[in-house]
Design a protein around this ligand. Sequence first.
Ligand SMILES: FC(F)c1nnc(N2CCN(c3ncnc4sc(CC(F)(F)F)cc34)CC2)s1
Length: 518
Amino acid sequence: GKRNMDALSEEEKRLFPLKTVTSVVSLFESILKRTTEPDLALLSIIVGCIENTLTCNQQILSGAKSTVITTTVDETSEKLLAIPPVRKEDDFPEIEWPIVEALYVKFRAVIKSSVDVTQYGCSEFATRELVKKVSDVIWNTLTRSYYKDRAHLQSLYSYLTGNKLDCFGVALAVVAGCQVLGFNDVHLALSEDHAWVIFGLDGKETAEVTWHGKGNEDKRGQPVDAGIQARSWLYVSGNPVICSRFTEVASLVSSINPSITATTDSLEVASMQQALLWVLYDTGHLTRYPMALGNLADLEELSPTPGRCHCGQLFSQAIEVARRCYGNSHVYPYTYQGGYFYRNRMYKEALESWANAADAIRSYNYSREDEEIYKEFLEIANELIPFVMKVEGSGHSARSILKDSECFAHLLRFYDGICQWEEGSCTPVLHIGWAKPLVNTISKFDSQVRRHVVISCSEVAEEDTPATKPPEGKAEFHRENLDANANQVVLPWPLAKEQEQEERLVDSHVGGKTADQK
Ligand SMILES: FC(F)c1nnc(N2CCN(c3ncnc4sc(CC(F)(F)F)cc34)CC2)s1
């Protein structure tokens, strides 16, 4: 029969105007069920239109169209946010099909008119030059200068109505542009803080298509091998999430941003994102996407969906996937989980998650474009852990974590991972600003707890590498693993050296026994 060249079937068009979460979910389910690949441009325009309508032109004063939640209620916001009449939570302003269709047609026209594919060989596969050309078309149609970190710049709706995109948005637009041109070998590759594309036979080629961070020259058109060789976290040792069309849909849903202000989210946008993530979860497209699982878990913590698994299981699932599929080279699955435990006052579990996060970073070399994860560890070490120490400070109850040697071991493993991350890096990680909270935190633990720590050489020591050879004449170094019943905890050797110095430092401050006085 006649091929339906329309973006949507008549049945799908009948879902418009989109007014509820349910109608958006039905549309996505219908599109994801098709035999043909989902159209990234169309879906990005639809979710971008809903998000930007509900968050960007928001009248905060009384009679507000959409229901909002304030996360920190204080006097001013009470007055400012005259709570609107209670509404059904999935009411939207009506999204009309003709508006969406016009933007979709515009994107296709911009791409097709700017790229003459006959100039790029006749292979079915994209070439580096073609990918670079599509990136240039997007790049050269962006507003000259704008605040790149602003919210709601990640969708093609933002690109087509405001000529603004953030770093992720440019990468998604390039892949969507290649899809318009028929190059279905071009796919997104996602690390925890950067995005690039793979293309060519077996997806073996890689190319930068967007910028990263502030003040870094963009490397567009280049392969990412250098970043992988440098062992920087930004390129996750060559373990990015390699997307299919479906995981690219998951990434555009995952990048939906419900925030209206720093303290207020749109309930409708958040519930739309949550519902769409469950559709992608049920169709198996989050299976190898730890950050999307973490995103869904965060949304479930805020507003649990009846009949769905507990958010804790989603955090664990993300960790399991990161370990099984990405060589445990991702950090965020652990900091997602640690954040959850911390918010729910499960401090021992939080310390373990943060120690596991440090284990994930230890084999990297810190480089200048890794600031985002540096800030994450800095906040954990200098804000979150000190807060835990403060609230556990009473420490009188026998169950206090300050008397728990496993907690102390988690803490030392956390710092040891950061120390090893720094070792061999051109850029230093630790500075005096880290030392005060570190000393403060370690000294909070009962000296009885500290003396039960048994240091072991976690790796076979290379011959004569000073860092790993135990000091002459010192106590026997045990190699057994943590024995469930023992009240001893085993630590990797590199830390022992640090810890011994620390002990002297701490004990000289708190008058305990130093290592050689034991
Ligand atoms: F570890 C927890 F504290 C985190 N909470 N939110 C986190 N995010 C929020 C969501 N997020 C993401 N969520 C889904 N997919 C992606 S792909 C990507 C890199 C880039 F933007 F493409 F360059 C980032 C990212 C980045 C990490 S980590």
